[in-house]
Design a protein around this ligand. Structure first.
Ligand code: NAI
Ligand code: MG
Length: 357
């Protein structure tokens, strides 16, 4: 039976990088007989321009009928002035919550070929391989009430609500414990339990589950310290688990350790293993349309999609090996380029990965 993939290119560099990932997926399909079937939809600014909203119910429903979703990125200055309710990023939040994609897996791996592209010294980052597990459908990004209100004295006050139920904490914690079990057995949970009650509960739930995973060593860290430790000694971490907002910030910081956010894939999964796959970066309006964006984060996201949602582990390995080979050959998009390497365009990088199969 064919495997249906919904493609949502989005805005900015989204369509450019997704095009390359599609070429790689097609190559993987021919080589491994995966029987992939693609359909395309609009999200973000592209959907606002066409339908007046960043994700229609029809597109969401079409995505639900597929086996996986591959997304580019959304947003850009063109839509900065639209009312907050229909901003491009609301399309992302809607698809994440609509499909129940609560587990966001963000590996931060330093390819040895890119040690010089990292912002940190090679000895601090060489061999870096962290997995950040971020809760994606709860926390302060979704909590109610929220808004901007006018106080009695006429002054405006903005407010959001940081909430987590035990069940929401437990399911993301289990994802993280399971992931740690398959890796090096170390899990660091990040919270702000010295200030925020919601994360006192977070910590309690993690501690309650820990005895079920005796092979995993659980530790806790406050988020401000975690930010510092990520930059000071990142290799102390294996799997990190945290809430939506802290995970958003820490995973971007971890991204820079690997040289460029243009290298980092992500998977967002629900309880049944259905997943949405996208690069960690945004739509990069500053370089959109120039053909210079790095397509590797999206190509590696496609590999994660094959592995986690489409039973294509071998094809995923082959894609990752092809990426590594291309880096060995010295090909670099501008964001990861260093002296002595060959600077290539988005399309040239995609074609090189296809050729390296
Ligand atoms: P961004 O990730 O788009 O860009 C940050 C910096 O990284 C820029 O200098 C950009 O040129 C560079 N960059 C990003 N991806 C790259 C790639 N593949 N190759 C080379 N360089 C790359 O974040 P920014 O600038 O904060 O946001 C831009 C827009 O993207 C905003 O509208 C924002 O809301 C949206 N956004 C969307 C996300 C998504 O769709 N998941 C995530 C983050 C931001
Ligand atoms: Mg972010």
């Amino acid at each position: 039976m064919s495997k249906k993939i919904m493609i949502l290119p989005g805005d900015g560099i989204g369509p450019e990088i997704v095009e390359q990932a599609l070429a790689v997926l097609s190559a993987a399909d021919s080589k491994f007989g995966l029987d992939l079937e693609f359909s395309e939809g609009l999200i973000g600014g592209a959907a606002i321009d066409e339908y007046g909203e960043p994700l229609t119910d029809a597109t969401l429903e079409a995505a639900r009928q597929c086996d996986a979703v591959l997304l580019g990125a959304v947003g850009g200055p063109k839509w900065d002035k639209v009312e907050p309710k229909i901003r491009p990023e609301k399309g992302l939040l809607k698809i994440r919550s609509g499909l129940g994609l609560y587990a966001n897996l963000r590996p931060a791996i330093l390819y040895p070929q890119l040690a010089e592209a990292s912002s940190l010294k090679p000895e601090v980052v060489s061999g870096l391989d962290i997995l950040i597990v971020r809760e994606l459908t709860g926390g302060i990004y979704f909590g109610e009430p929220r808004g901007i209100r006018t106080l009695d004295n006429g002054e405006k006050q903005g407010f959001n609500t940081y909430v987590y139920k035990e069940s929401e904490i437990e399911r993301i914690a289990r994802t993280a414990f399971e992931a740690a079990r398959k890796r090096n057995g170390k899990l660091c949970s990040v919270d702000k339990s010295n200030v925020l009650e919601v994360t006192v509960l977070w910590r309690e739930v993690l501690d309650r589950l820990a005895p079920e995973y005796p092979d995993v060593e659980l530790s806790h860290m406050l988020v401000d310290n975690a930010a510092m430790q990520l930059v000071r000694e990142p290799k102390q971490f294996d799997v990190m688990v945290t809430g939506n907002m802290f995970g958003d910030i820490l995973s971007d910081a971890a991204a820079m350790l690997t040289g460029s956010i243009g290298m980092l894939p992500s998977a967002s999964l629900n309880e049944s293993g259905f997943g949405l796959y996208e690069p960690c970066h945004g739509s990069a309006p500053d370089i959109a349309g120039q053909g210079i964006a790095n397509p590797l984060a999206t190509i590696l996201s496609a590999a994660m999609m094959l592995r986690y949602s489409l039973n294509g582990g071998k094809a995923a390995d082959a894609i990752e090996a092809a990426v590594s080979k291309v880096l060995d050959e010295g090909l670099r998009t501008a964001d990861i380029n260093t002296d002595g390497c060959k600077k290539v365009s988005t399309a040239e990088m995609g074609a090189a990965v296809v050729a390296a199969f």
